[in-house]
Design a protein around this ligand. Sequence first.
Ligand code: CTP
Length: 485
Amino acid sequence: MVKCRLYERKMSQLPIFKNALQHPVFKVVSEAAKTLQLETYVIGGYVRDYLLKREHKKDFDFVAVGSGIELAREVSNLLPGKPKVTIFKNYGTAMLKTQGVELEFVGARKESYQEHSRKPSVENGTLHDDQNRRDFTINALALSVNEANFGQLLDPFNGLKDLENKIIRTPLDPNITYSDDPLRMLRAIRFATQLEFNIEKKSLQAIKENASRLEIISKERIVDEIHKILMTPKPSLGFKLLRDTGLLPLIFPELMALEGIEEKEGQLHKDNFWHTLEVVDNIAQTTDDLWLRWAALLHDIGKAPTKRFDKKNGWTFHGHEFVGSKMVYKLFKRLRMPMNDKMKFVQKMVLMSSRPIVLATEVTDSAVRRLIFDAGEHVEDLMTLCEADITTKNPKRFQKYHNNFKRVREKMVEVEERDHIRNFQPPVSGEEIMETFGLSPSREIGLIKDAIKEAILEGAIPNEYDAARKFMMQKGKEIGLKPIA
Ligand code: CTP
């Protein structure tokens, strides 16, 4: 009895956030919960982001003390058009879509995990049991949709305080929470990066201790979290945490290999790991293209295997762009990332990442034409990457490098207006070459086509039909061909 009164007094002190539940679906869920006499709460990301005044993707997670599936069916019955309920029997969850939002329902549960699996054994439980099994206190916040206390916040682990203090903390002993589901180690780092929160010390220590458990997590889920870290305004925060906790070498050994500065005969090279993180932060200021951000992350990975020292030139990384682009392939394959045009784009950016830099010291028309030709539709992205690559702390040099790239960009506009290289189409086709000289498919055709392209890129002839035709005749003559008519 005493316990109960205490509980009631506590309940009445809990804050109410009715405004969080203005969307019409909350009233519908409330009505369904009343009909079925099920205690029901909205929980997780939506509540967290509402309290942070942060935009949340349009999905609401409901937990019912009882059957989430039955609740979903009842909600559907009450909605216009009775939307289809998708049931995930294995997980005991149900989902439906209505009015542009996605509703997910689960029955409150107690979970216990085995050592080598992410699949828990599950029993029915109370709201508190369900909050216990969640990853972080800020994700265990629940708002009641029950008529009696509509909008009341149920916050058994002081998640609200953690939101205020910007702390990522687990409801249970972090060793349990992370060992139960090691993906949460990455989620902790991802949330810390997205929200610019600190991970509680005890939690950080537990991540270090449990890092090797990442091996039971699928590559797809790992990559998903890396994508989210990369899409934050300051991804370096996440990569630094990944490094400090020992997760980075398990995911990206090739990035870890970039860390460190060596000195030989008084000569130092820069620390390419920390430089890379600066480049990623820089590019995050100028583009939301996930794959361009990946390119920034990987642009120097070829530097570890190509690092050499010789007395004359000091530290060199010859061919690191080529080696790096090959490493991109292996890395994408290992992490089961898409082996499609996205990967090819990242490879291309890594391969070409030094081209505009070399060019910036002497901006000739022909070099700019070659750059536009080779980078094709991605030339703008390449320039964005190169500008992000400027991390010098010397203000004079910083300005100078930016001015150089500005000149390259101006020259690119000028050359492109005149020569139309970007989507280069040979002004004289292979068929025309064959018809002119009476050739069947042969080596000579390629030779002439190539010579025309080279002459245009070098600026020997303009990128126009008449000039190219004249050049073709001349080239044909040189290699002993005669026009047939
Ligand atoms: N959750 C968890 N452990 C996980 C994944 C999810 O405890 N490994 C719980 C958390 O309570 C989380 C909720 O399930 O808030 C919903 O998960 P999810 O949709 O993945 O994340 P959100 O918190 O909604 O955040 P975001 O959409 O930004 O990923």
